[in-house]
Design a protein around this ligand. Structure first.
Ligand SMILES: [Zn+2]
Length: 258
């Protein structure tokens, strides 16, 4: 017997699919061009469409600074976000409701604390941001660039929504809730080892096997690793096979995409 929560989810999903389907023409036109979806077969695409429909019903995607958000833009964001949970389940996107799209990079002011506890205000331009219990914020210009032009290891949507998976435990620390079949120890060892190698490369001023931004902290490492897993998996397979194997167990992507 399936648990009550799962039954309710399925019932809710069926209702959503009936009530607000994505127009076929828009689905085809948008997803045909999304590079990160190449390699999904018809069954996987159908499942992705269900998840995307659910996403668009449950989450709001709003424009900032006067950006007019079209249905095609919503589908482009939601479909790529849902690729992360294609084999995980919709509950992995629990706990938040809003996505905010800026026309381009957006300026933020964040307080930073240095090693001796001094707090300073630092302004920076971001292409994406993911709040622990709040919204995901994205630059539409960068979403478009990453969606339609191949640049292995870079996809701001995958990056920011991977932070959402990570934060599901209540803290962003590079440790999303793992599948029951996975071992915490193996995940920690594999990712820590790869993280240490990267940090050493950065410290030594050497060229790094992935985007050096991943050395910022374990949360950024997991988010960047997720970008590579879906857009340039061979780089992970070659340089950190154990971490790649753990991501494979977690995301469970089909053979055709590996
Ligand atoms: Zn990040």
């Amino acid at each position: 017997m399936r648990p009550l929560g799962t039954v309710l989810r399925h019932w809710q999903m069926r209702r959503v699919l009936k009530r607000c389907p994505i127009p076929h023409r828009i689905w085809q036109r948008v997803t045909r061009r999304l590079l990160v979806l190449k390699g999904l077969d018809a069954v996987q695409m159908a499942h992705l469409r269900e998840l995307t429909t659910w996403f668009l019903d449950q989450k709001s995607i709003n424009g900032a600074q006067g950006l007019d958000v079209t249905t095609s833009m919503r589908v482009a964001v939601a479909a790529q976000a849902c690729l992360l949970i294609l084999n995980l389940g919709i509950e992995y996107f629990d706990g938040w409701v809003e996505v905010i799209l800026y026309p381009g990079a957006f300026r933020v002011n964040h307080e930073q604390m240095d090693a001796i506890g001094l707090v300073s205000n630092e302004a920076s331009d971001l292409t994406g941001e993911s709040w622990l219990h709040g919204p995901v914020i994205l630059s539409w210009e960068d979403v478009e660039r990453n969606s339609y032009h191949y640049h292995g290891g870079h996809n701001v949507i995958l990056h920011e929504f991977a932070h959402k998976l990570d934060g599901l435990n209540g803290t962003m620390n590079g440790m999303p809730p793992l599948r029951r079949s996975m071992l915490l120890k193996k995940w920690s060892e594999a990712l820590s080892e790869a993280y240490d190698v990267l940090c050493k490369q950065v410290a030594a001023g050497e060229s790094t096997f992935i985007n050096p931004y991943a050395a910022t902290n374990p949360a950024e490492f997991f988010a960047v690793l997720s970008e590579y897993f879906f857009t340039a998996p061979n780089i992970l397979k070659k340089n950190c096979p154990d971490a790649y194997e753990q991501l494979l167990l977690f995301y469970q992507q089909p053979e055709s995409r590996r």
